[in-house]
Ligand binder design. Structure first.
Ligand SMILES: O=C(C1CCC1)N1C[C@@H]2C[C@H]3C[C@@H](O)[C@@H](O)[C@]2(C1)O3
Length: 130
């Protein structure tokens, strides 16, 4: 109904704003677009569900996320995939993992500081009603 669509529209606005702010952070530049599977031919053998900021945005615009929890499941894939694919004890991998952990902490801090628990509970109620 109208009020419910307004809630889901506010959710999309919030999620787009989160991604916009992450995309402006130079530490997270490697997370903005899908890993180039022509540059990295074994990537899809290792990583079953690739994810990146541009794909999150597309999903938001396709109304794929009805709750922040659903969005977080995909957002977490970005840093989880980075840790999984780049495990080695060399400077490049360690730099990527440092940024992956920074992304994990930054997303959690934004949600903790800016998501109203009552708003997320309304989103969950709407999703369970459908
Ligand atoms: O995992 C990633 C991205 C970093 C966070 C996501 N990649 C896999 C490749 C290994 C490493 C070095 C380059 O080969 C570059 O292509 C990638 C991209 O970084």
């Amino acid at each position: 109904d109208k009020q419910e669509e307004d809630v889901l529209r506010e959710l999309r606005l919030f999620l787009r704003n989160v991604i916009e702010r992450l995309s402006l952070d130079r530490r997270f530049r490697a997370f903005t677009k899908p890993v180039d599977t022509e540059e990295v031919p074994d990537y899809l053998m290792v990583i079953k569900k690739p994810m990146d900021f541009s794909t999150l945005l597309t999903n938001i615009d396709e109304h794929k996320y009805h709750t922040v929890r659903e969005f977080m499941a995909d957002a977490d894939l970005i840093w989880q995939n980075a840790l999984e694919y780049n495990p080695d004890n060399d400077p490049i991998d360690r730099h990527i993992r440092h940024r992956a952990c920074a992304l994990k902490d930054t997303v959690r801090a934004i949600i903790r500081d800016e998501l109203d628990g009552d708003f997320e509970r309304v989103c969950e109620e709407i999703r369970e009603s459908r």
